[in-house]
Design a protein around this ligand. Structure first.
Ligand code: BTN
Length: 251
């Protein structure tokens, strides 16, 4: 990808690399060296792409892999960027692929026609009291192997949407920048409301796998900090992290 094909909002910069271990690791190294805010690293392929909970992320050439770093003021509210990142990607897909059904899956997955088309890995890094939020995003523009995947997967191409890495990256970062400004000016709730209006499975039955147990109940809503609210016979459960499956899953 040529950097000059990508259109970025003011204040952002982009480095494009042919291959890295993980764009999250690469951008962390760069911001620790340079202290640069709003830096994006995109790579054509990753040799050690990572997913949530230490899972690998298959990163063959052709798909979009990038990580952006922003200086984060309030480290206790970094979870907000989980929703902001997923919403940015959702809005980019809505814009580029208007005929595809795109929904947000808690906490930060994006589903095309009910299947996972992307992954987002949020991390932090910093030194001397300056913290950076790292949002690493992988987008399946073209099909990926389903082998070993936790959820059904798809790609933009499989759902009939034609785009390229530059167009998708430009749109995601444009929405991210705009939503981040909205969050700074009006707080997190307007961002969360936009996410909720696109939520997959709200009001339906879900199963959430937690580290120590599995909960099944109704996906009743989100708390103001973005925690998932699940209601069942035991009452309301507020969940901050877990793998969500739709419907009632067996043991
Ligand atoms: C997940 O769904 O488990 C999250 C996957 C995140 C993958 C992206 S690809 C770009 C960035 N670099 C990584 O090593 N991971 C993220």
């Amino acid at each position: 990808m040529q950097p000059n094909e990508v259109v970025l909002p003011a204040g952002w910069s982009l480095e494009c690399l042919p291959s890295v271990d993980s764009t999250n690791e690469a951008v962390k190294r760069r911001v620790l060296e340079t202290g640069k805010d709003r830096l994006i690293i995109q790579a054509d392929q990753q040799t050690a792409g990572r997913g949530r909970r230490g899972r690998p992320w298959k990163s063959a050439a052709g798909n979009l892999f990038f990580s952006l770093a922003v200086k984060a003021g309030n480290i206790s509210r970094l979870g907000e960027y989980s929703f902001l990142s997923a919403l940015s990607l959702t809005l980019a897909v809505e814009e580029i692929c208007p005929r595809v059904s795109v929904k947000c899956k808690w906490p930060n997955d994006v589903l095309l026609n009910g299947k996972k088309m992307s992954g987002i890995l949020l991390e932090t890094t910093g030194k001397k009291g300056i913290e950076f939020l790292i949002s690493g995003i992988g987008v399946n523009i073209f099909p990926v192997s389903e082998e070993g995947m936790l959820y059904p997967v798809t790609s933009l191409a499989q759902e009939g949407c034609t785009t390229d890495k530059s167009e998708m990256l430009s749109a995601i970062v444009r929405h991210f920048d705009r939503l981040d400004k909205l969050r700074e000016e009006e707080g997190f709730l307007p961002v969360l409301d936009l996410w909720k209006s696109r939520a997959y499975g709200l009001g339906g039955m879900i199963t959430v796998n937690l580290p120590d147990r599995r909960l099944t109940g109704t996906f009743s809503g989100l708390d103001n900090d973005g925690s998932l609210l699940l209601n069942n016979a035991d009452g309301e459960h507020k969940i901050t992290a877990g793998d969500v499956f739709f419907g009632v899953q067996g043991n």
